[in-house]
Ligand binder design. Structure first.
Ligand code: AMP
Length: 489
């Protein structure tokens, strides 16, 4: 069975002293996280006594109109946007999941993927639970519900000890909002201050969108409980080591987000600079594939001195909700979504930068597009290393057979996509770009002063700054158990 792979956005709001406005803030947060998932959206809200929720297929703006939102009254809310592989998109998998029992109600919104869903599901079914979806996230809420009689905190910590994989969670009861990040911090989650309350969100851009102030990232292995007393934090025992998904910086996160002290746009620009150094090309213009290739293209241009141009225009109104039924139709979508700007590329030697090659579909189409628009030469540069392994931890990549770099070397891919030259950034180069983008706000000023203390602190922090690079190296932060482990070994 195919695992349901999800890359999603989660958000939560707690407003002190009551009020009705939590769902509205979560709605705006979800709008800002729309890039993380466009299949379904949902919000659960509590007025202190009862949890109500609504979820449906579609974009946030399609699922919630003014009337629907006005019905969701309360001072605590969580929300979710889902992207799943097209075949598995179904209302049953929309989140948040809500579980009601005589002890109380719990709602959960999950970003990530579990790698031990099957044994957990079997265990739960054997002990009386039944499932309504194919989502691994339902396992999480069933485990919390099962342990709820021990108290919420205990139920959550017990659940976390049992599940393996990636999880950034927003959980709520009638009276509390809880944020959880897995022991490796594979998916991002951050905390912000909003007027009269607090916000949890997958990315800082959601906190900015509601006029809030970013406070900090939730640490790997940290649980935060938010109620009238404020924010209480504790660690859930297990040894943690940070392995944030490197693809968040490559492709997934919004450029204006700051994830674990690295500005996403800054990281992409640095990747472009490294790429220019590692793989120069004689050309007249540098262009980027919107949106996630733009930062690297700017960096490449800056480092190489070759002028930057727009080169490609993206139709902003085509989301991934447009599900094409056949491969041919999917390939056609690239033309519907992207078009070349003739005036930028005609008669020119063009360097085009994209963030990644997965199946090779987009790059092949883009090169055809540029040649048709009159480009004299097309030099393709990729700001991530070749994707050779599937992701089991939340990014929607195909099996190895579908990954062009798993089966072909760079020269074969160059021929296949029809480029004049092709180069990927090296793994070391990408990591160097990320590490050099690492910022510590509390160090501002100290950096100017320099000194041994600063250097020592910086060294410790750099060492703690680890990434999951499984899609490039096949080495994952945890053993991949069962079938999915065997599948590509
Ligand atoms: P492909 O066409 O299969 O080679 O995919 C590469 C293109 O898809 C690039 O333009 C990326 O920006 C984009 N991309 C990379 N990862 C993903 C993903 N997980 N979901 C959707 N698009 C992606």
């Amino acid at each position: 069975m195919d695992e349901l792979k999800e890359h999603c956005g989660v958000a939560g709001v707690y407003l002190s002293g009551g009020g009705d406005g939590a769902s509205k803030l979560v709605y705006y947060a979800l709008q800002s996280l729309q890039h993380r998932g466009q299949e379904s959206a949902g919000i659960a809200v509590s007025d202190g006594e009862r949890i109500e929720h609504y979820k449906n297929m579609g974009l946030v703006s399609e699922v919630f109109d003014r009337g629907r939102l006005a019905e969701l009254k309360g001072h605590i809310a969580i929300g979710h946007t889902l992207y799943s592989t097209s075949g598995r998109a179904a209302i049953e998998n929309a989140q948040p999941f809500v579980s009601r029992s005589k002890l109380g109600t719990v709602a959960v919104a999950h970003n990530g993927s579990l790698v031990n869903t099957e044994p957990m599901r079997e265990f739960l079914e054997e002990t009386g639970s039944s499932f309504t979806s194919t989502s691994d996230s339902e396992v999480i809420i069933k485990l919390i519900a099962k342990n709820y009689k021990k108290g919420l905190e205990r139920a959550i910590t017990d659940t976390i000890q049992l599940i393996k994989g990636s999880f950034a969670l927003c959980v709520m009861t009638e009276q509390k909002l809880i944020g959880v990040r897995d022991p490796n911090g594979i998916r991002p989650l951050c905390l912000g201050k909003v007027q009269n309350g607090w916000m949890l969100a997958s990315e800082s851009c959601a906190i900015d969108a509601v006029g809030g102030d970013f406070v900090r990232d939730i640490d790997p292995g940290e649980i935060v409980i938010i109620n009238e007393d404020g924010v209480l934090s504790f660690k859930f025992g297990e040894k943690t080591s940070k392995k944030l998904c490197v693809f968040e910086y490559v492709y997934f996160a919004r450029p204006d987000s700051i994830v674990d002290n690295i500005g996403v746009l800054e990281a992409r620009m640095k990747m472009g600079e490294v790429l220019a150094r590692e793989s120069p090309a004689a050309a007249d213009v540098v262009i980027g594939v919107p949106d996630s290739g733009l930062g690297s293209a700017m960096g490449y241009s800056r480092a190489s001195g070759i002028p930057y141009a727009m080169g490609i225009v993206k139709n902003k109104y085509i989301g991934r909700t447009f599900i094409a039924p056949t491969q041919e139709a999917r390939e056609q979508m690239v033309f519907v979504k992207l078009n070349a700007l003739k005036s930028d590329v005609c008669g020119k030697r063009v360097i085009i930068i994209d963030d990644s090659i997965v199946r090779g579909t987009t790059s092949r189409r883009l090169i055809r597009l540029l040649r048709k628009a009159g480009a004299k030469e097309v030099h393709f540069r990729i700001s991530s290393p070749p994707v050779k392994f599937p992701c089991y931890l939340g990014i929607d990549t195909p099996e190895r057979a579908g990954l062009i770099s798993a089966n072909h070397d760079v020269e074969e891919i160059r021929k296949e996509i029809g480029a004049d030259s092709l180069a990927f950034i090296s793994l070391e180069g990408m990591l160097e770009a990320l590490r050099s983008s690492l910022r510590f706000p509390e160090d501002s000023g100290a950096e100017d002063a320099g000194g041994e203390d600063f250097a020592a602190r910086r060294k410790i922090r750099l060492e703690a700054c680890g990434f999951c690079q499984g899609c490039f190296t096949g080495e994952y932060p945890m053993p991949m158990i069962g079938e999915i482990g065997k599948r590509d070994s």
